[in-house]
Design a protein around this ligand. Structure first.
Ligand SMILES: [Zn+2]
Ligand SMILES: [Zn+2]
Length: 422
């Protein structure tokens, strides 16, 4: 059974400025995007109408199919487009039913989509386009290594969770973020969980993903995907849990420290890294163990209280050096004591940005998560930090970025972009 939803209505126009004067200016529709589709000799302009859009089609050459249509029928509705999840399956489904197709195979359309047309004779006089939107974000699932002078950095993965896109982008309208991180049917976007290993004098692990203690109900809510998780990543990096000397928490939210503890065979909760000392910020620890209504769902006691009982916990303050070259730096904002981790060796610097820059899409200063308790602190920190990161060429690690792990922040004609490294 194919499920199709209205994507857009295509309208052939022979006077674009006049058409925009009506559809955009008189009706007040927002012109979202324009794109040239060279293969069709057509320029398409999309006006948003909520979940669908109007596509103004202009011919760019005399032999364009749109030019021929205009010559024969004049301006007006040219086609309707239905969005499907799997265009190959949809075409197979229609072929079996004897539906006459113009395109038996999908071809590239605007905005990276795949499209195919059904013949109007099969669709009661209507030209119907099927469209499969550009593929979802390509997920980066694996391990990456980088040498920072005397330190080795290894980015790991504990899989992916799916969080509400609106919550992830706070006051930023969906029409802006959905193009960068397309949401699923439940409005959730995919987010990585990427702990980082720093190997120097000791082997240090920063954060540990959400771990394996999440119940089925929560796993469904968060769309948990741990088909490849921290154990796989450690094995791929040639490490075992016993090799970790220090485990450091950027903050104590469940998607960062769920992997700090695990359930033993007798049901008790034990440190997941048997030889490690666990280090957390003193203020963050206080807040996590004294939650209020607004942060309670993020601070799950089972993830960190057992560390104190096991006697493996060390609490430190701002600026504390965790091991040579690695220190906490206060960012606040997300939580009052949220820390980024500065990693320095021989004049080179990497920064584990945790929930300050959860993804590369959060690079613009005001693109701040709705989860942040003190967004104005986040803003102040980001403003200053971004300049510093560009000037000093910090290698930034993005813990929740779905499609990459680390890169340099560059200033490109006044626009900040990330140059991918891992
Ligand atoms: Zn957090
Ligand atoms: Zn987080």
């Amino acid at each position: 059974m194919m499920k199709a939803v209205l994507d857009h209505i295509g309208i052939a126009v022979n006077d674009l400025p006049a058409s925009l004067a009506f559809f955009r200016d008189a009706l007040g529709l927002h012109l979202e995007a324009s794109e040239e589709i060279a293969s069709q000799k057509v320029r398409a302009h999309f006006l948003s109408t909520g979940h669908s859009s109007l596509e103004m089609l202009e011919a760019t050459a005399a032999d364009s199919p749109i030019a021929k249509y205009l010559a024969k029928r004049g301006p007006g509705i040219h086609h309707i487009a239905l969005r499907v999840d799997d265009i190959h399956a949809a075409l197979a489904h229609l072929t079996v039913r004897g539906v006459r197709l113009i395109d038996e195979r999908p071809r590239p359309g605007a905005e990276g989509a795949l499209v195919a047309f059904i013949h109007p004779s099969a669709a009661h006089g209507v030209l119907v386009e099927l469209k499969q939107p550009a593929a979802a974000v390509p997920l980066f699932r694996t391990v990456g290594r980088h040498t920072l002078r005397d330190l080795e950095l290894i980015t790991l993965s504990d899989g992916f969770i799916h969080l509400d896109g609106g919550a992830m982008f706070g006051t930023v309208p969906k029409t802006l973020w959905e193009k960068r991180l397309p949401p699923d049917d439940a409005n959730r976007i995919p987010l990585g969980m990427r702990p980082l290993i720093v190997r120097g004098e000791k082997t240090l692990l920063i954060d540990a993903g959400c771990g394996d203690k999440m119940d089925a109900k929560s796993a469904a809510i968060y769309g948990l995907d741990r088909s490849y998780h921290l154990d796989h990543a450690l094995a791929e990096a040639g490490l075992a849990a016993e090799d970790i000397d220090i485990v450091l928490a950027s903050h104590l939210h469940f998607d960062h420290v769920g992997g700090f503890t695990s359930r033993a065979k007798d049901g008790s909760l034990v440190p997941r890294f048997p030889k490690a000392r666990y280090v957390a910020h003193r203020g963050e620890w206080h807040d996590a163990t004294h939650p209020h209504e607004r942060n309670r769902a993020s601070y799950l006691q089972e993830n960190f209280v057992p560390l104190q009982h096991a006697g493996v916990l060390t609490l430190v303050d701002e600026g504390a050096e965790i091991m040579p070259g690695v220190r906490f730096r206060w960012s606040g904002g997300h939580t009052p004591h949220h820390q980024v981790v500065m990693i320095e060796s021989g004049g080179e610097t990497a920064v584990f940005t945790a929930d300050m820059y959860p993804t590369t899409v959060h690079i613009p200063d005001p693109w701040i998560m709705g989860y942040d308790l003190h967004p104005m602190d986040t803003l102040a920190f980001k403003r200053a930090f971004a300049r510093e990161a560009v000037d000093r060429e910090y290698l930034l690690f993005f813990e929740h970025e779905p499609s990459m792990a680390a890169g340099y922040l560059r200033d490109l004609d006044g626009k900040r972009v990330v140059e991918r490294v891992l």
